[in-house]
Design a protein around this ligand. Structure first.
Ligand code: ATP
Ligand code: LTN
Length: 331
């Protein structure tokens, strides 16, 4: 039997996961687990590129793990683990820092956005963030990386680093392809639909749908979302609020935008928002129920963490040994 290709993705335990994380990541992750050898990481080393409170980091890490499982990932079929439990990530990241350039890292828009919020003391980790991300991916000889649109630039950089390294030392790394969903890859804020919905954006609670929000709160946030005044349900860049709601609706129902536009033809914004709110709530309801069950099962979670780290470590160390040998390190 032909071996399955490796798929790798990760999410930061940097806050409460959002509907953006769900549509850009989780929903696709669970649908890919049969086709690929999937590795899903909780990237806590990335989370500390901005300051985290230790008790909150622990809480968000456990919750994120329970959410990985509650959204449908099977811990027997996939490798699910915590990044800081596998030391190879930090090691390869250092090595790849020596093969990446100040210029290319300075061009990363995520760095530009996030460093603006840091005042005068910008952590170096924030600058090197994409290199650690490249190490995550390359350690597992990954073929496919499913991510939201915001990660396109980081993925391109990862490919460049892999190709550069391979050109010097021979075929060490698999050069990965990105997989970005057609719909739902960029969920925008409900109050500011020109900016990405983000879990670390705590400025306005009504802008963000958290997956673990009370269902009534979710419903009301959608009902109160910003639209425009011409009462036409059309997918257009001139109507960012409506465009975002149509994207959310189609991301969940898997309908095409054309289908949705025709379903809602002639309907007022009030009724449209109610329809969107309903599909969102129906989708999230069973996830929350499973999440609560899983989070309560401490022993199960501990076992998932332990087994995941063991499986990941084995694969990662294989690549790391090869890299060290190629470079000229003595073991
Ligand atoms: P932070 O705000 O801490 O940077 P984040 O929620 O933006 O976090 P991650 O946890 O790093 O992002 O992202 C995990 C996955 O969720 C990535 O694949 C990312 O592309 C996807 N994602 C994040 N926000 C959105 C969004 N608004 N729409 C679609 N996908 C998203
Ligand atoms: N930077 C990513 C999270 C991430 C990731 C990865 C995604 C870290 N390492 C490896 C895919 C593959 C983000 O989504 N903000």
């Amino acid at each position: 039997m032909e071996e399955k290709k490796v798929l790798f993705s990760g999410m930061q335990p940097s806050g409460k996961p959002t509907l953006g994380n769900y549509l850009g990541a989780f929903k696709n992750w669970s649908s890919l687990q049969e086709e690929y050898n999937c590795i899903y990481c909780i990237v806590d080393l990335h989370a500390i590129t901005v300051r985290q409170e230790p008790a909150m980091l622990r809480k968000y890490t456990k919750e994120l793990l329970a959410l990985y499982l509650a959204t449908g990932l099977d811990s027997d079929k996939n490798t699910i683990y915590i990044q800081s439990n596998v030391t190879a990530h930090a090691e390869l990241s250092w090595i790849l820092n020596c093969y990446s350039y100040m210029g290319e890292l300075s061009r990363m828009t995520q760095f530009k956005d996030k460093s603006q919020k840091q005042g005068n003391n910008i952590p170096t980790g924030l600058f090197n963030y994409p290199v650690l991300q490249a190490a995550d991916i390359l350690l597992y000889q990954t073929s496919v990386v499913p991510v939201g649109e915001d990660q396109r630039q980081h993925l391109e950089l990862c490919r460049d680093i892999a190709i550069r390294f391979n050109n010097i030392y021979g075929d060490v790394f698999t050069v990965p392809e990105m997989y970005i969903p057609k719909i739902g890859a960029k969920v925008m804020g409900l109050q500011n639909p020109t900016k990405k919905m983000s879990k670390s954006d705590a400025d306005n609670e009504n802008n963000v749908i958290y997956l673990l929000d009370d269902l009534k709160v979710i419903y009301n946030k959608i009902k109160r979302s910003v639209t425009d005044s011409d009462n036409q349900i059309i997918y257009s860049d001139d109507k960012p609020g409506i465009k975002n709601l149509l994207n959310i609706y189609c991301g969940i129902t898997k309908k095409t935008i054309e289908q949705a536009e025709s379903d809602f033809k002639g309907m007022g914004y009030g009724a449209f928002k109610e329809a969107v709110a309903e599909v969102v709530v129906e989708e999230i309801k069973p996830i929350q129920a499973r999440f609560n069950e899983i989070l309560a099962d401490k022993i199960f979670l501990e076992n998932v963490i332990k087994d995941g780290a063991k499986k990941a470590e084995y694969m990662a160390n294989k690549t790391l040994r090869k890299v060290k040998k190629k470079i000229g390190f003595i073991s």
